[in-house]
Design a binder for this molecule. Structure first.
Ligand code: GTP
Ligand code: MG
Length: 199
């Protein structure tokens, strides 16, 4: 997959503002600060197309980016993070509600990437979200992030425990990709994965 262009299209909180049409779409969701916006920037080779921050809770709307607008266009979608303990409860509930509505209702959504911080053992907030994805029968793949920050043995251990935890409620383990936005490891694999799913 060659990235020829990448442009911001729209920020939204409800379906009225989602782009019309039926071009393929891929969304990035996951815990606040897990590295969704950073990974999008790495994928498209732009430093700050998606806004990033070292403080959790940066992305607070649904953000559509159009890729390769002139030739075989598709959308990348950056979503607000979940599990951000410092946001007011009301705000958190609101983000969660419109993010889940988007994931459930968006008809041209081909696959949702659920990002997981590779430095940790399985976290309840991620497992609950993955369970919701599975119960909603939404197509997904898992991307482990920040692998530059974890030793290979620790990474392997976390991947195995995660697989075991997923086995509790999933019949089949989803596709798993391993990335680092600092080293750009895994970028080509994510783009190749997207290519393969392109209708
Ligand atoms: P929210 O929008 O708040 O939900 O966060 P997000 O998931 O979009 O995370 P974001 O991309 O803003 O990154 C959060 C912080 O993690 C930033 O300080 C990034 O520089 C850092 N970060 C993201 N990915 C990586 C990575 O692969 N390696 C390292 N070392 N840091 C990363
Ligand atoms: Mg973000």
């Amino acid at each position: 997959m060659n990235i020829l262009s990448a442009e911001f299209v729209v920020s939204s909180v409800n379906s009225d503002n989602w782009p019309k049409g039926n071009i393929p779409e891929f969304a990035f969701v996951g815990r606040s600060n897990v590295g969704k916006s950073s990974l999008i920037n790495v994928l498209v080779n732009k430093r700050s197309l998606a806004k990033t921050s070292s403080m959790p809770g940066k992305t607070r709307t649904i953000n559509h980016f159009i890729i390769n607008k002139e030739k075989s266009p598709w959308y990348l979608v950056d979503l607000p993070g979940y599990g951000f303990a410092n946001a007011p409860e009301k705000e958190r509930k609101k983000w969660e509600a419109f993010t889940k509505s988007y994931l459930r209702e968006r008809e041209n959504l081909v696959c949702t990437f659920v990002l997981i911080d590779s430095r940790h053992s399985p976290q309840q907030v991620d497992l609950s979200f993955l369970k919701w994805m599975a119960e909603s029968a939404l197509p997904m793949a898992i991307i482990f992030t920040k692998t530059d920050k974890v030793k290979p043995t620790e990474l392997e251990k976390n991947l195995v425990s995660f697989d075991t935890a997923l086995g509790e409620f999933l019949d089949q383990t989803p596709n798993i990709l391993v990335t680092s936005s600092s080293s750009r490891n895994g970028r080509d694999e994510v783009l190749a994965f997207i290519s393969r799913l392109m209708p």
